[in-house]
Design a protein around this ligand. Structure first.
Ligand SMILES: NC(=O)C1=CN([C@@H]2O[C@H](COP(=O)(O)OP(=O)(O)OC[C@H]3O[C@@H](n4cnc5c(N)ncnc54)[C@H](O)[C@@H]3O)[C@@H](O)[C@H]2O)C=CC1
Ligand SMILES: O=C(CO)COP(=O)(O)O
Length: 310
């Protein structure tokens, strides 16, 4: 069982890895943070760790997984993934990559409405830790739960992970909506229909529909789609104001996963024959195939239909 003397290794010293390190230090004395540019090696960081949490962006996940595979990690070590992205080669989620590479280890997803800047300011927040192995989720809950960070467990890791990942595309769309100053009604319609799109593909993927109405889905939509602190929202907002993606990304210091996720999702939706009109428009906008106004017109002139899919 996790206690003050347990050891936690956090991989990825970006905004989220640093915030999670501070949270874990409330409960555990030995919390190590691995940075590619730091002086401690990966092997030194993970040695004897009870929990290894990855907060690297999706582009680094396969690399970090293969480095860890070359080390001998004891099978009781719990892997936690906090990445919100999709693998461009396979469309796999990060937890699927971790589980496939470490089939005998418990894997836990940590995901929720957690803008790292607010967490760094010690503002209160809640999150979800999800795993097929109940005791693993409970261990991770004990590491991060505190009076300012309430941690819930969940048994649908895929749904929790997809909620946090797919909402990044909706945060871009929400930013565009605000950048164009389309108003509150438009934003409500966009995000409600966006959530339906997330549920549609998520259920096809194998997630439970109700998970998307929890903290990692609806909760994260409420946080990121209304906050300039969200990098994905910022990308959309600036696109809405007429900037190009290249210009926007050249000034963005950190990762906006929704840019890659939109592309992967469109690919997967096509393979699975799933309708994702908002995601499709975000993708076309990111590729500069259409303008924000054209994206709006496309969505408003789709064939009329019942609200609920039959
Ligand atoms: N910042 C936030 O508010 C939150 C971020 N996330 C997710 O966490 C992930 C990381 O986000 P941020 O920390 O904000 O991004 P960031 O851009 O600040 O940091 C990404 C980190 O990943 C590291 N990294 C990339 N490839 C690596 C590799 N091969 N080996 C080792 N490290 C590698 C980078 O060095 C960097 O430290 C993203 O998937 C993001 O969606 C999730 C919840 C909140
Ligand atoms: O996922 C996040 C908060 O829950 C962070 O959002 P951004 O990556 O858009 O900044």
């Amino acid at each position: 069982m996790i206690n003050k003397n347990s050891a936690v290794a956090i991989l990825g010293a970006g905004a989220w890895g640093k915030a999670l390190t501070t949270l874990a230090r409330n409960n555990v004395d030995d919390v190590r943070l691995f940075s590619r540019r730091g002086c401690q090696t990966l092997a030194q960081t993970v040695e004897g760790a009870d929990i290894i949490l990855s907060a690297v962006s999706i582009k680094g996940v396969r690399d970090i997984v293969s480095q860890l595979k070359s080390l001998s990690i004891p099978p009781q070590t719990i892997f936690v993934t906090a990445t919100k992205g999709l693998d461009p080669e396979t469309t796999c989620t990060p937890s699927q990559i971790w589980q496939e590479s470490f089939p005998n280890h418990p894997v836990v997803v940590l995901c929720g409405p957690n803008l790292s800047k607010e967490i760094t300011q010690e503002l209160p927040a809640a999150t979800v830790v999800a795993s097929k192995i109940e005791s693993a989720g409970e261990s991770v809950q004990l590491v991060f739960n505190s009076t300012r960070f309430r941690v819930y467990t969940n048994s649908d890791p895929l749904g929790v992970e997809l909620g946090g990942t797919l909402k990044n595309v909706m945060a871009i769309a929400a930013g565009v909506c605000d950048g164009l100053q389309l108003g509150t009604n438009a934003k409500a319609a966009l995000l409600t229909r966006g959530l339906i799109e997330m549920v549609r593909i998520g259920v096809d993927w194998g997630a439970k529909p109700e998970t998307f109405y929890g903290l990692s889905g609806l909760g994260d939509i409420l946080a990121t789609c209304n906050s300039p602190l969200s990098r994905n929202y910022q990308v959309g907002y600036q696109l809405g104001q007429g900037k190009t993606l290249v210009e926007i990304l050249s000034h963005l210091q950190e990762t906006a996963e929704g840019v890659n996720t939109a592309k992967v999702l469109v690919q997967r939706a096509k393979q699975q024959n799933i309708s994702m009109p908002i995601t499709q428009e975000v993708y076309r906008l990111l590729k500069a195939e259409i303008t924000p106004r054209q994206a709006l017109l496309d969505l408003m002139t789709r064939d009329i239909k019942p609200e609920v899919d039959s």
